[in-house]
Design a protein. Sequence first.
Length: 132
Amino acid sequence: YTHKYTIKYTDIDEGGGSSDTVTVALGNTPTDFVISKAMINVTTAMAGTGALAAELGTDGDPNNFIASTSVAAVGPIIAAIGAAPVTLAGTFAAAADALQVKFTNSSSGSPSALTAGELDIYLAMHSANDLG
């Protein structure tokens, strides 16, 4: 992996409804990018709301790298063998793209009720312009 992002429950504790979504921007890819691996590692379970799931992708395809998966338990979330992204489309492009993780609350409570939780996002992201 080449990039790591940390999301704490205090980064997403907003909203007020049981089906709220919260999107966290992670920044942009470089131009001529390739993303070869993706993983979410829940280091502290998200607690305080009914059910919370995360998906990892871009603003145009929010679940491109990792499909919606519960973050209520500690441990790694990997989409496929070798941590390959869920879909090939969108894992490379000439133009830069906006990376994001989208959290969806799917039952009682809301993200604003979170009392604990932290996760790390890992990406293997490369610019073809940097390859030698």
